[in-house]
Design a protein around this ligand. Structure first.
Ligand SMILES: C[S@@+](CC[C@H](N)C(=O)[O-])C[C@H]1O[C@@H](n2cnc3c(N)ncnc32)[C@H](O)[C@@H]1O
Length: 206
């Protein structure tokens, strides 16, 4: 068996035995990632009073499913991804690259002059395997999300942003702290321990 096949087999094994994968199948979520957001919401009430939510890097859509359930029909949920997704009730979806101005303009247009109460970003770039290149890509996306939050999040609004340990982590936290009253680094139980992902919980935009 080649090394790649061994890794794939290990992934499949882990996937079929994963508790959160089973829960997602049972609860009708498109991915186990839903439980990361649900867990953060349970502790920090992210969706309390949230009517306008922007979900960046939303495919296949489990965070958008959660957001659309939480805000209900009267809310506005906008999801954006490079990849197409199957429709979700109450979700306004943009297929595009968040790093491109044309996509950002589409997003701004969809906000119809509103600012968001909550920005959730699970954006993760395709990795090249070259550490320096990947860290730069990740940092760039997080910087863009912070920039978007500075301009399009209401005062008092919250953001959840996926970052990765290493690289520019300290600088990104520093930037977030200059924009939000409180910034916490959280690793939900549903996030795999072997993944270096961590979520910045940015509360109360100044
Ligand atoms: C971990 S997945 C998101 C999972 C999602 N939160 C869910 O619950 O289903 C990360 C997503 O980020 C998207 N992505 C990465 N770079 C992007 C970019 N520049 N613009 C838009 N989407 C991007 C990927 O296509 C991928 O679908």
């Amino acid at each position: 068996m080649t090394k790649k096949n061994k890794v794939n087999k290990a992934w499949v094994n882990r996937h079929v035995t994963d508790h959160y994968v089973h829960m997602a199948q049972k609860d009708g979520y498109r991915s186990r990632a839903a439980y990361k957001l649900l867990e953060l919401d349970e502790e920090y009430h992210l969706f309390r009073n949230a009517k306008v939510v922007v979900d960046l890097g939303c495919a296949p859509g489990s965070w958008s499913q959660v957001a659309s359930q939480k805000v209900g029909k009267l809310g506005l949920v906008i999801g954006l991804d490079l990849l197409p997704i199957l429709p979700i009730n109450n979700l306004n979806f943009i297929e595009g690259d968040f790093t491109e101005t044309a996509t950002l303009n589409q997003l701004i247009e969809m906000l119809k002059g509103n600012k968001a109460d909550l920005v959730i970003s699970d954006l993760a770039p395709n990795l090249s395997g070259v550490k320096g290149v990947d860290q730069a890509r990740i940092s760039y996306l997080v910087e863009l999300v912070l920039d978007f939050s500075i301009n399009y999040l209401k005062t008092g609004g919250n953001a959840v942003i996926k970052v990765f340990h290493g690289g520019d982590f300290d600088n990104l936290v520093k930037t977030a702290r200059s924009t939000f009253e409180q910034v916490l680094a959280k690793k939900p139980n549903a996030s795999r321990s072997e993944s270096s992902e961590i979520y910045l919980l940015c509360r109360n935009k100044l």
